[in-house]
Design a protein around this ligand. Structure first.
Ligand code: SF4
Length: 405
């Protein structure tokens, strides 16, 4: 009883702050298209409002601090003004070069500095990768992402040439192609662009202030430089973060605020929940609560209204109803298939059945208006995901790992 009273006293200022901040930010969020006479099924949501820029950090914090359902309602409203809320992007991620990375990211099983289950492997063969991409496409994924556990491409010329071939071939299948290969020079970014790369993932992970507690082998500025090289080459930026690293709420706000300050909002903002891996410095971290995930997703949806907000690693930790609440709050992409880089995810079958239960459908390739459109000769009728019973699928690989993207 005494403990409960103490907890209530500790929580009271936060709750009061959240109630106060509702009034402060409500007027800043436009009203829903659903509130007028517009037909909500007209499909005319996309890009009607320009994305607001120049957020102050206090404003993002005030949004974040609102009572949770109020925040979700506002995020759902903003989502409908910029995106078709019925569409979810299905992405499949393949680890094309596992383990042996020289970086010291404290959450990652692939760092060579920690003793984990992850073993260094060579770069995958082209044919194996193309077979995985084909399988992903047949099962309804429209974006194929490839991750290599490298600090940077550096002088790996033969490996880089093979990756360029992978990009060309997969783009030739009519899929969006994304890679995450560590730090990138302007020249490497240009070559990836010429090969047809749609997006490049390079996360900021957390706030600028907390970053040094997670990674010391490269700086926040290094990360921003790679993001700038990607953007300057005309490739869409995919950049997000990880929750559950021991950061506090102001760090989650700081991450979103940093994204809002980029010269262009990222095309895609992945939100990962840490999957704590034995052998890493983060192995004892408590899992992040769903409410914190939801609060972060909803705030990101309001601040980055035209970005794809992606539920990434750790999604398997949340129930279907929780995931549906995240879609309501503006999340509009998931990783699906059989695993993330090193963590499990739901299968195509499970995910398509889940989306169908909630009245959601998969996005087509290049449906996001933030991506450069397909050239006419590349365009082909984009497929709706096949019905669950027609899906070809192999058993899930239930490996552990972080694989944050
Ligand atoms: S997160 Fe990426 S860069 Fe960091 S250790 Fe893992 S593979 Fe290397």
């Amino acid at each position: 009883m005494v403990l409960r009273m103490r907890q209530a006293l500790v929580a009271a200022p936060r709750i009061f702050q959240r109630a106060k901040s509702t009034a402060a930010v409500f007027h800043a969020v436009p009203t829903s298209k659903y509130s007028g006479s517009d037909d909500p099924l007209s499909g005319s949501w996309a890009q009607e409002q320009p994305a607001r820029r120049e957020w102050k950090r206090e404003e993002v914090q005030a949004l974040f601090d609102q009572p949770l359902l109020e925040l979700v309602f506002q995020a759902a409203t903003v989502h409908r003004q910029h995106n078709d809320p019925r569409r979810i992007q299905l992405c499949t991620l393949m680890n094309i070069k596992e383990g042996g990375c020289s970086e010291d990211c404290a959450y990652c099983s692939q760092s060579s500095r920690y003793s984990t289950h992850s073993k260094a492997s060579p770069l995958e063969k082209l044919d194996n990768v193309l077979a995985e991409a084909r399988r992903a496409k047949e099962n309804g994924s429209t974006r194929f992402c490839m991750g290599a556990a490298w600090r940077e491409i550096g002088g790996r010329k033969r490996g880089f040439d093979r990756i360029l071939d992978m990009v060309r071939e997969i783009r030739g299948m009519g899929m969006e192609v994304c890679t995450t290969l560590g730090m990138l020079s302007p020249e490497q970014a240009q070559k990836l662009k010429e090969a047809g790369l749609s997006a490049y993932n390079h996360n900021l992970d957390t706030s600028r202030e907390y970053y040094g507690k997670v990674i010391t082998s490269r700086t926040y500025e290094d990360r921003l430089e790679t993001i700038a090289n990607v953007r300057d080459a005309g490739i869409s930026v995919c950049s997000g973060g990880i929750l559950g690293l021991g950061e506090d709420e102001s760090d989650r706000v700081g991450l979103i605020w940093e994204m809002s300050r980029l010269p262009e909002h990222p095309e895609s903002f992945p939100v990962n929940a840490l999957v704590a891996i034995k052998g890493t410095p983060m192995e004892g971290q408590e899992p992040v609560s769903f409410q914190e995930m939801l609060r972060t997703i909803a705030t990101a949806r309001i601040v980055l209204p035209t970005s794809i907000v992606r539920i990434a690693a750790g999604r398997h930790l949340f129930s279907e109803s929780e995931q549906a609440m995240a879609f309501l709050a503006g999340a509009n992409a998931i990783f699906t298939g059989h695993r993330m880089l090193t963590t499990p995810t739901s299968s195509w079958d499970e995910d398509k059945a889940m989306l169908a239960r909630w009245g959601l459908t998969g996005m087509k390739s290049f449906e996001s208006k933030r991506l450069a459109p397909l050239a006419p000769e590349e365009a082909e009728p984009a497929c709706e995901p096949p019905a669950p019973e027609s899906v070809k699928e192999e058993p899930r690989v239930a490996t552990l790992g972080t694989g944050a993207v």
